[in-house]
Design a binder for this molecule. Structure first.
Ligand code: BTN
Length: 247
């Protein structure tokens, strides 16, 4: 059960999260929020939160697993009314989750490019951003109170409860994340890039970069002025905007 009044009492945003649609089960909150947008049932700043997803979707066509009632699985819709938003969103969504977790639990998580939330190199959460016409859909998946994780991803994932050894209230956690998210929207891209790099788990370290099923050894140099990743393969510098990094 997600207790909306407890969520709302911790929310201090101007626009984001004041209307929240709470669903027991849905295929994917990203898919559902788009359906609602097409039916004029939703406005920018609104949130959909589901206890269970039957077809949770991750980046790069991966499936997203979460245990019913234990995680945060939600989507938000924003209008593309600022040319820098496309660069800011992938960065500030990760940053705001890191800050929200720190505020509630004191746990210091890291970011893995572009926006995986990690702790001790294990994944706690991820973000799926989709552009639909003049709107962005931002989907957040965060493992919160799971004691057991899906078999196929057990070795590489973690939940906040497994770190802290106690259960965590999802309501203030989501509110804190959205508070930080709205604050960051008004920051300059330059400041956002700096902050993202300060949370990055692999600045100036060796990484493996996966693109089209090929794994390439590289060094991560940081973000460029567009928020894309600068990497060095051998002596050659490259800019990457898609793919995945393996630590
Ligand atoms: C990733 O790391 O691959 C991104 C995972 C994003 C999962 C969230 S859960 C809520 C929203 N609905 C979805 O179907 N996906 C996103």
């Amino acid at each position: 059960m997600f207790f909306i009044p407890l969520f709302s009492s911790n929310l201090v945003t101007k626009k984001i999260g004041h209307r929240i649609e709470y669903l027991r089960s849905v295929d994917s909150t990203n898919t559902e929020i788009y359906r609602m947008l097409q039916n004029n049932e939703i406005q920018p700043g609104d949130i959909i939160l589901a206890e269970t997803q039957t077809n949770g979707r991750g980046r790069r066509d991966n499936q997203w697993y979460s245990n019913p009632g234990e995680s945060i699985t939600c989507s938000m819709i924003l209008e593309d009314n600022d040319s820098l938003l496309i660069k800011k969103l992938p960065l500030i969504s990760g940053i705001s989750i890191i800050k929200g977790i720190k505020q509630l639990t004191n746990i210091e998580c890291d970011l893995k490019w572009p926006n995986d939330i990690i702790y001790n190199a294990k994944k706690l959460g991820g973000i799926l951003i989709e552009k639909k016409g003049n709107y962005f859909i931002i989907g957040i998946g965060l493992n919160v109170n799971e004691l057991t994780l899906e078999k196929s991803i057990k070795e590489s994932t973690l939940s906040l409860r497994l770190i802290l050894n106690r259960s965590i209230q999802r309501e203030p956690l989501l509110a804190f994340i959205l508070n930080h998210f709205e604050n960051s929207l008004n920051q300059s891209l330059e400041a956002i890039i700096k902050e993202w790099e300060s949370f990055c788990a692999h600045m100036h370290t060796s990484i493996n970069f996966r693109q089209s099923n090929k794994l390439i050894s590289a060094k991560f140099l940081g973000l460029n002025q567009s928020g894309e990743a600068n990497i060095k393969i051998g002596t050659e510098k490259k800019v990457i905007s898609s793919g995945a990094i393996e630590l």
